[in-house]
Design a protein around this ligand. Sequence first.
Ligand code: HAM
Length: 411
Amino acid sequence: MISRIKGTEDTIEESWLWEWIEGRFKEVATNFGFTQIRTPTFEATELFDRGVGNETDIVQKEMYTFEDKGGRSITLRPEGTAPVMRAFIEHNLSSKGLPQKLFYYGPMFRYEKPQSGRLREFHQFGAELIGSALPIADVFVISMAIEMLNSVGLTNFKLKINSTGDEKCRPEYVKALRNYYRDLLPKLCDDCKVRYERNVLRLLDCKKDAQYAKDAPKITDYLCSDCKAHFETLKRYLDELDIQYEVDPSIVRGLDYYTRTVFEFKYPALGAQDAIGGGGRYDKLIEELGGSKTPSVGFAFGIERIILALKMENKVPEAKGIDVYVIAVEDAQRVESLKIAKALSKFFTVDVDIMGRNLKGQFSQASKENARFVIVIGEEEIKEGLYTIKNMKTGEQKRVRFSDIIEMVKT
Ligand code: HAM
């Protein structure tokens, strides 16, 4: 038997749940004026080297990179922001006017150690608001993200925010952080010893060395006046909108492109992998990828973790059954039942027996498929043009014309 690759999942009985979540998120994003962008699942490796940052764990350890038959270095996208910005530049989307509001969903790939809520192929729903440097843009996307979580019924999440400063103030902070961690180096985990050299900010969100992060210098004490003003305004707007949040100096994010605002949605009950979404501002990314200066902000949710959270909150809606199951009393009426099913399928979800089941078997199949209505087709029904329709919930039964069936099921 050939099995699926470690860290990947088949979605079979829950496909409807995925579609439901994506549908809800899509609806909210559309109502906030976002339109969908679809980018390829693989890109030139250089995009992520430059975009995500070659000192990050993602680029250092987690990318699915291979050489294609033409000798090009290709990478399965580990995230969606850099590809969307590549497309923004490549298609000169700024000429259509700013801001550009784009959303996307689809699979992402990271070679991480699989565990609950952490996969090698996982799915994100993300949104990018391209073109505004103002804190109101940060609040706009945060509000939309909260609206999305609420749209699927999630409430027990926490919004954590931080500022990572900019190219003016971050170097001073990095220096202070290095000084602080220098003496602790022998006690740090192996990963953090490497991070100390390459990406000292990441020491703050290491779960193993969390005890040292508590007393580390805080970036919010090092922000330059512009970054400070941005962060203060953001907090004021969140307060004015009654959005609950916590300032958490350990939120530094695992991607290098962030400037100023960063945020995460945590779902504490999920344990180790408790970030159901994250995002922030990336004012320099488009420039770094060869475009002109275009400050932007966005976020992405992890769909697998959203599903885990929904299950924990007992918020998974009941699977929707079909609208109508058409039953043929005898073999002689099978073709007629198919004709009726075909006609009804223009309006409803329908099914019909194709297994040669008897009347009882067809009724139990209809129940199994959670059919709202059953239509019984016998010889008499065909002769008279009147069909017996049964409401499976109430048990009510009627003989009606075809045109009335449509009205009945609709209401
Ligand atoms: P990220 O925090 O790396 O941000 O990923 C966003 C979300 O994807 C996480 O909060 C988590 O729910 C989910 N996720 C990440 N890795 C895995 C995994 N291995 N298995 C399951 N779920 C996972 C980004 O990717 C940024 N591009 C977000 C963004 C958009 N920032 C600005 N715009």
